[in-house]
Design a protein around this ligand. Structure first.
Ligand code: ADP
Ligand code: ADP
Length: 237
């Protein structure tokens, strides 16, 4: 479970990006985070993994207080959080399999053919994930040979490789066509249900959020202005 309590962020520039934001995301729940540009969505996601340091408030992942962790323990904590990005953030020259395995390391090694560094059970696990996202026949292809939708599937498999306790998803469909966007949203929802995984999806497209999440949090000027089921969404957001 993720718990965000009274989170605030004021940047050095004086921009008040978040003011007293609180919510919980239980296991298995997928939250669509919506709001106009500048509402604080990216800041919120970045405060959860402490790419941005909050000014006040707390973030808990289960019992772990992420906000109070010393810097040197952050890396281990971040391994419990799977990230999925708008532009996929794959290493183009590596194979699909290598990209997925890099999720296990948490970094991309510079040595060649690094799949040899992994044992059979690691490889089996990565294959299973590729199979789950529908790419088992693409494992040896280079990432730069894939379509956008396929790349995002690799991004999902890579995020799952570390067995995360939380998924943070930043505009996963912003670079995809409408049909592929729906497929990706459906896949993320199914996987979170299967794994009882909580997720926050920063999503610009309100219709997608309404169709593929059961709960929406609306931000405006750094404050939560809506938190509820999609069908209750009104024009405040
Ligand atoms: P969103 O993701 O909803 O578009 P952001 O979190 O990017 O919103 O931005 C929220 C507010 O914080 C905006 O006013 C933005 O200009 C400001 N902001 C975001 N990042 C920074 C930063 N690194 N330094 C200063 N201000 C920032
Ligand atoms: P997006 O809408 O794709 O999130 P943004 O324009 O919000 O892109 O932010 C792009 C980058 O610029 C981010 O790293 C963000 O933190 C930073 N940023 C946004 N607003 C400001 C600002 N007012 N001052 C400094 N950096 C900012």
């Amino acid at each position: 479970m993720l718990k965000v309590a009274n989170l605030s962020k004021t940047y050095k520039t004086g921009d008040k990006a978040l003011s007293d934001v609180s919510f919980e995301v239980p296991s298995g729940e997928v939250v669509g985070l919506i709001g106009p540009s500048g509402a604080g969505k990216s800041t919120l996601i970045r405060c959860v993994n402490r790419l941005v340091e909050p000014t006040a408030g707390k973030v808990f992942l289960g019992d772990l207080d992420i906000t109070s962790l010393p810097r040197k323990e952050l890396r281990r904590a971040r391994r419990r959080i799977g990230m999925i990005f708008q532009e996929y953030a794959l290493v183009e020259r590596l194979t699909v399999m290598e990209n997925v395995l890099s999720g296990r390391l948490g970094y991309v090694p510079f040595w060649r053919s690094f799949t040899r560094r992994f044992n059979q059970s690691d490889l089996d696990k990565a294959f299973k994930l590729l199979d789950r996202v529908g790419l088992s026949d693409q494992a040896e292809k280079r990432a730069d040979a894939l379509s956008g939708g396929q790349r995002q599937r690799v991004g999902i498999a890579r995020a799952l490789e570390q067995d995360p306790e939380l998924l943070l998803v930043d505009e996963p469909t912003a670079s995809l066509d409408p049909k592929t966007s729906r497929q990706i949203m459906r896949l993320i929802g199914e996987i979170c249900a299967e794994r009882d995984l909580p997720a926050i999806i920063n999503i610009h497209d309100v219709i997608l959020a309404q169709n593929f999440t059961r709960r929406i949090i609306g931000l405006r000027a750094g404050q939560v202005v809506f938190d509820g089921p999609p069908d209750a969404l009104d024009d405040k957001v």
